[in-house]
Each structure stands twice: as C-alpha cells, then as structure tokens.
Design a protein around this ligand. Structure first.
Ligand code: ZN
Length: 218
C-alpha cells in the first residue's frame, strides 16, 4: 500500500482518515487519527472528554492522536490552543498513541514542549512545508515529517526532503484532491533517485515502527 498518513477524505486502502472530534464520524473498519484540531476548539472540557471516551474504546483502528497542535494564524486563542494540545499529549502518552501534529508558526513552542516532556510516543509533523534547516532541527529532536502536495512545486521543500533521513519520512494528501498519494510517492522516488517500491515499503515500515500497525490485507 502507498501509505497516506493524513487525509480528510475517506479513501481506499492505505490511507489514515483524520477524525475531527465533533465534526467527523469515526470509521468502523479503517485506520484513523482522532483529535481536537486547533481550528475547531469549542467547549474544550467536553471535547477532551469525548476524545477520552473514544480512546477508552481501545479501538484497534485508532492509530494517532491528532491532528492537533498550534496555529497562530487561525482558530482559538493561543493559550487555549496550547492547553488543549498539552492535554492531548498526555492522552497520547497514556493511551500509547503517537501524535499527528498541525503546526503553523508554533515550532518554537512545540520543540520546547518535546524537550520538556520527553514523550515516549512519536510526534509526526503533518504537512511539513518549511526549509531543510528546520527539518534538520526537528529530525535531531526525533520528530517525523510528513510531506504533502506542496512537494511537487516547492524547491525549498524538495531540498528539505533530500536532507531528511527516510526513517523519519511520511507522505499525505491532507484536504486537497488535485494530487493523488501515488503522484506524491512517484515524485519523491524520482527526486530521491530510488525505486518506487522501495520507498513504498520503507514508509510502511516507518508506520510499523511508530504504531505497530502492519496495514490491512486487502
Ligand atoms: Zn489536515
């Protein structure tokens, strides 16, 4: 399968559907991530309770907490975003689910939190769209980076991917529908000068490393 680590569009095999609490239904037989998105924080106590209830079901298809994180350009006020993000970090550790992180202009805070908290669970930055310097910093701190459709058009991002060890890479389509996950893999394999099949297997292996999930046999 060509693993698509983050999408808002229910798709076929190999994609992880993102469930936004109070907005999306939890899929029954498909892997998903679930969390409180910084754009949609309402009554935070109620939302955190709802998330905890979902996690308590111990659903085998729930692979990640998220997307959650910090967005300084959109959504709830910064303090509330930070508080809700921290609560989700605690849930991630308690339920042993890695984090899928949305980050807009909040890298300093998120890097600081990782330093302070030393989480056991993996933290994946979804839709990474910055330069190789930041990519390097994040990798050194043990973050994983997920690359989306911007990879096809941004030379800065292509450069970042070229400088990121494959052990820390994922790919995604997120909310856009113009570029398929296969196109992103094909482009990345060409850029990296490796076989498409090798890349596909490597990314699947990365998912196994951080979630224990081996994919669906269909
Ligand atoms: Zn998203």
């Amino acid at each position: 399968m060509f693993l698509n680590i983050h999408t808002h569009i229910p798709e076929g095999v190999g994609s992880i559907f993102n469930v936004v609490i109070e907005k999306d239904a939890v899929p029954l037989h498909k892997p998903y991530s679930i969390g409180i998105h910084p754009w949609y924080i309402g009554e935070e106590t109620k939302m955190l309770q709802a998330l905890e209830i979902e996690l308590n079901h111990n659903a085998p298809y729930c692979l990640f907490i998220g997307e959650c994180g910090l967005d300084k350009l959109k959504g709830a006020n910064e303090l509330l975003q930070l508080q809700v993000f921290k609560s989700q970090i605690l849930l991630s550790e308690r339920f042993e689910k890695p984090m899928l992180i949305h980050c807009v202009k909040g890298y300093a805070e998120i890097q600081q939190l990782k330093k302070e908290l030393h989480p056991h669970q993996a933290w994946v930055i979804h839709g990474f769209n910055k330069n190789k310097q930041l990519a390097n910093q994040l990798i050194k701190q043990g973050f994983y980076l997920s690359f989306g459709a911007h990879l096809l058009t941004s030379t800065k991002l292509q450069d970042a991917l070229l400088h990121t060890p494959l052990d820390f890479v994922f790919f995604e389509t997120d909310a856009q529908t113009k570029v398929t996950i296969l196109e992103i893999y094909t482009f990345a394999a060409e850029l990296l000068g490796i076989e498409l099949d090798f890349l596909k297997n490597k990314i699947e292996e990365n998912l196994w490393t951080i979630t224990g999930w081996k994919g669906q046999s269909s």
